[in-house]
Every structure is written in C-alpha cells, then in structure tokens.
Design a protein around this ligand. Structure first.
Ligand SMILES: Nc1nc2c(ncn2[C@@H]2O[C@H](COP(=O)(O)OP(=O)(O)OP(=O)(O)O)[C@@H](O)[C@H]2O)c(=O)[nH]1
Ligand SMILES: [Mg+2]
Ligand SMILES: [Zn+2]
Length: 363
C-alpha cells in the first residue's frame, strides 16, 4: 500500500484542520501541553496526529492511559488533543482530549453495555450502501438515528449504480423518500465515475466527512478517487457482494481541496444505545402525533384515542416506518438502566481528568 500522507511535509493552519471556537474555548485547560493537534489515526499504542507542523506520532501519558482504560475518553480519530512535545522529541505526549463537538458512536458488540466510538468531531457522516445486494432501508434508518444523536449531519450515498438498472435505483430512491427520510442522496459508480464529481462538489474545505457502511460497498475505492491515487487498500469481493473486511483502520485523510474524510472498516452491526435524541430527530412525525394521544403514557399499541394508531390506519404514516420506530426505541432503551449505573464509574474518571488538567495548569 502506498503510505502517503504521514510522510508529507505540508504545514496546516488549525482552522484548516477543523479547529473552531468550540475547541479554542477549552485551551485554557491544557497548561504546558500547549500543542493542539487532531487525531488522524489510532494504532496499537501510538497515535498519528496532525497539527500546524504536519503529521507526527504521539503516545498517551501514563497517567491518562491508566485512568482511561476501556473508556470512551480514549482519543479516537477526529479528536482534538493537548500534546506536550519539544523539537528534539520523537514522540509527543498526549495529556488530554478536548470535549467533543460531535460524536459518532454505536453500542459495543455483544452484551457489553458500552458505547464504542467511531469518530469524533465530524461535520457530516456519509452512510454508504451499495445498490447491488447491500441496500437496506432499516439499516439506513438505524445509522441516521445514531448520527443525529451524536450531532453530525447525515448524507446518503448509494454506490455501484453501474451494476443495477435505472428502474431498481429509482425504486430504492423512492423507498428512502417514502420512509420520510429527507437527507441529501448522492448516487455514483466508482467504475464509470458517474456521480463522483457531484460528490466532490459537496465536500467543503475545513469540514470533516466520515464514511460508514458495510464491507465491500466501495468506501476506500471512492476515497482513493477523491485523493487521486491509491492511498488506501481496496479489495475484490465475492460474487454475492459479501466482502471480507479490507480496511482495518480508521483514518483521517486530507484532500487537496481542504476537505477531510475518514475511512472506516466495514461494519456488520450498528447497535443502538441511549439514542433518544436521535430517535426524536428521525421520527419527529410520529412523536408529533404521539403528543395528541388521549393518554399521556400511551404506548401507541392498542390504547383508546391513540393518534399514532389512527394515522397508521388511515395510511398517513407507513407501517414499516412505525415498526422501525418501535423497534429502535426499544433497543435504544434496553440497556439504558445498566449504562446509567456504569456511568457512575465514568464520573470518577471525569473527576480524575479535572485533576490532571489542574495539575497541568499548576505546573
Ligand atoms: N462495479 C463496481 N464495483 C465497485 C464500485 N465501487 C467499488 N467497487 C469494487 O468493490 C470492491 C470493494 O471496494 P472497497 O473500496 O474495498 O470497499 P470498502 O467499502 O472500502 O470495504 P471495507 O474496507 O471492507 O469496508 C472493490 O473490488 C471495488 O473495485 C462501483 O461503484 N461499482
Ligand atoms: Mg475499505
Ligand atoms: Zn398513542
């Protein structure tokens, strides 16, 4: 693989890397760790950072590493961190992570009641589905809920349009719209390049775009096209479209036009946990109706005077849309209680962070 950007000598302004007033307001907490940098990738025990002097590597301070074990507080791609580094140091030392402006996270796999961070401080999350084999409306809705919950703006991207008929593509677009999803949609082919320029025109300088979706849908192929060379590894998939995972690392890449993109490994699951805000944003039509139900604690299943059931009966909202709402809300709430208990531990961590920040300031 052509390893590219980390060896480039380009310098940047922090603004070009996505820095804004939100982060600037926090720099007082950084003390002597006075270099601000953005996380481009997290490897085993090293972090690739990009700052005003370009790319460099860093490690977490021992104290931070110890306290943040298994926690959401560990730096992830897109984070802004406070680093201590002198010119002669090979590695920087990361002392703290600035509070995130947006978060993309999902429920960790299996029974574990934890969030898993996917990316931080992204402006847009591009949900990629392939028109061939991969298109799935319910999965799309699930992504939209978590994206909105984390405060980023979702965009929808359908790839591999060279492999399907115009009719099938039109049907898929119609399905998305009739489910009440109003986000922008781009359709493209990495083979014929149809639609690639349209996507390029959407990507704005200084903004960060995170690509998510199943394995084999063409995320890395597309990012290579945006970069203009084979920076990322891509791989052929079997005839069913079911891919092995080619990308194994989340990585922030700077495009020539100044936009930043994050490639991700393909995801099989995208579990919900405590995503009430995202559900409210995605199902505002149902929640507006729910406010008119006769009973305040209406579950919208079989109560008298239920406005949601009424709308369902007369076809104002689709059964699929409603069923998915019920399912996602149940899933989102399922682990809430135990998560809340676990949060107590994180509070202790929060106190620790405050003390570290104070230490740094007092030095
Ligand atoms: N026909 C067709 N093939 C495509 C298109 N985009 C990507 N491919 C092919 O699909 C395969 C998988 O592409 P990748 O870019 O590796 O997919 P990915 O989404 O990065 O996959 P993971 O890294 O595993 O998550 C490669 O063989 C690509 O050449 C497209 O628009 N049309
Ligand atoms: Mg990939
Ligand atoms: Zn009701």
């Amino acid at each position: 693989m052509a390893r590219g950007q980390e060896t480039s000598m380009t310098k940047f302004t922090l603004d070009a890397l996505g820095w804004n007033e939100w982060f600037a307001a926090q720099t007082g907490l950084c003390g002597t760790a006075n270099i601000m940098a953005r996380v481009a990738a997290v490897d085993r025990d090293q972090i690739l950072l990009v700052g005003e002097h370009g790319f460099f590597r860093a490690k977490l301070s021992g104290k931070y590493l110890h306290a943040s074990e298994g926690s959401m507080q560990r730096p992830c791609v897109g984070d802004w961190v406070c680093v201590e580094k002198s010119v002669q140091d090979q590695f920087g030392i990361v002392h703290g992570v600035l509070e995130r402006q947006t978060e993309l996270r999902r429920k960790a796999a299996g029974d574990s009641v934890e969030y898993q961070m996917i990316a931080a401080n992204v402006d847009f999350v591009i949900v990629v589905q392939s028109c061939q084999y991969d298109f799935n409306l319910k999965r799309l809705e699930r992504y939209l809920v978590m994206i909105k919950d984390g405060g980023a703006t979702p965009l929808i991207l359908l790839t591999k349009i060279d492999l399907v008929t115009h009719y099938l593509l039109a049907t898929q677009l119609e399905k998305i719209r009739s489910a009440g999803i109003s986000e922008s949609i781009v359709t493209l082919s990495n083979v014929t390049n149809e639609g690639v320029d349209q996507l390029k025109s959407v990507l704005a300088p200084g903004k960060t775009y995170c690509f998510v979706g199943s394995s084999g849908v063409g995320k890395s192929t597309l990012i290579n096209a945006l970069v203009g060379r084979d920076l990322l590894e891509t791989k052929d998939v079997s005839g069913t479209g079911e891919g092995r995972h080619t990308t194994v690392r989340r990585e922030l890449i700077l495009l020539e036009n100044g936009a930043m993109v994050i490639d991700n490994p393909g995801m099989r699951e995208f579990g919900l946990l405590g995503a009430e805000g995202g559900i409210e944003a995605s199902y505002s039509d149902i929640l507006t109706l729910a406010a008119q139900c006769h009973f305040r604690d209406c579950t919208h299943s079989n109560e008298r005077g239920c406005a949601v059931q009424e709308a369902l009966e007369c076809g104002r909202i689709s059964a699929d849309h409603y069923e998915n709402f019920v399912k996602l809300r149940r899933e989102s709430e399922h682990y809430q209680q135990s998560y809340a208990e676990k949060r107590k531990k994180d509070k202790d961590f929060g106190r620790f962070i405050k003390s570290v920040k104070k230490d740094l300031k007092d030095r």
